[in-house]
Design a protein around this ligand. Structure first.
Ligand SMILES: CC(C)(COP(=O)(O)OP(=O)(O)OC[C@H]1O[C@@H](n2cnc3c(N)ncnc32)[C@H](O)[C@@H]1OP(=O)(O)O)[C@@H](O)C(=O)NCCC(=O)NCCS
Length: 187
């Protein structure tokens, strides 16, 4: 699959409610609008939490050709990733996945997990391309079906995970003694 355009990734904030709702197809949600999980309410909460430095509630948009092409959120908002159908198959998911990982790593998290229905081939492919692998339980479920995901009941929730490596803050700091010597000033 060709990656035709590299999107710009930006954090979600004020004024983004309509685009979050559009990508989540909030208009057609079967949930009651009083339900806090309704996409309208979840979008409002996401924007509110994005202002709170103590909260891990964050979301990012991928912008391609000036249009909002996709969204990813942290796990407290379902960890969902959605790419607008117009932009699918261009590798946009991978850029969104990395944006969330960068945030989690900066928060000190060393691994991340996502929950995906067994029948969601596009999502499983996108996360596999991004370096995720099934956790032990999901790998066992697949093995019990002869390694053929098509044989697993399609609404089974599978878990994929990836190591995020060392938190950025624990990266070794350069010793001041190893810093390049100052150039002597010429009079
Ligand atoms: C899952 C999803 C986010 C992937 O986004 P994406 O940017 O299209 O991802 P990629 O371009 O990396 O493509 C991933 C896979 O999608 C499939 N795909 C390719 N072109 C496609 C198209 N035009 N339309 C739909 N799916 C396509 C392919 O299987 C591809 O895998 P491959 O590269 O190994 O062939 C997107 O399909 C989507 O929004 N789906 C609906 C919401 C959803 O299911 N979210 C995940 C919940 S866990």
């Amino acid at each position: 699959m060709s990656n035709v355009q590299k999107p710009v990734i930006r954090e979600i904030g004020d004024g983004d409610c309509d685009d979050i709702c559009r990508l989540n197809n909030a208009e057609n949600s079967p949930m009651s609008k009083n339900d806090p999980r309704h996409p309208y309410n979840a979008a409002a909460r996401l924007i509110e939490e994005s202002h709170d430095p103590q909260s891990k509630g964050r979301g990012w948009f991928a912008v391609a050709g000036g249009k909002i092409a996709g969204i990813i959120t942290t796990e407290n908002f379902g960890g969902g990733i959605i790419v607008d159908p117009e932009f699918r198959g261009q590798g946009i998911a991978g850029h969104l996945i990395r944006a969330r990982e960068d945030f989690l790593r900066a928060q000190g998290q060393t691994t991340t997990q996502v929950h995906i229905l067994a029948g969601n081939t596009a999502s499983i492919h996108a996360f596999t391309k991004a370096g995720y692998a099934f956790d032990k339980k999901s790998a066992d479920t697949l093995a019990a079906h002869g390694g053929d995901r098509a044989q697993v009941p399609q609404n089974t929730v599978l878990v994929m995970e990836r190591s995020l490596g060392a938190p950025a803050s624990s990266a070794p700091r350069q010793s001041p003694r190893k810093a390049a010597p100052a150039t002597p000033k010429t009079p």
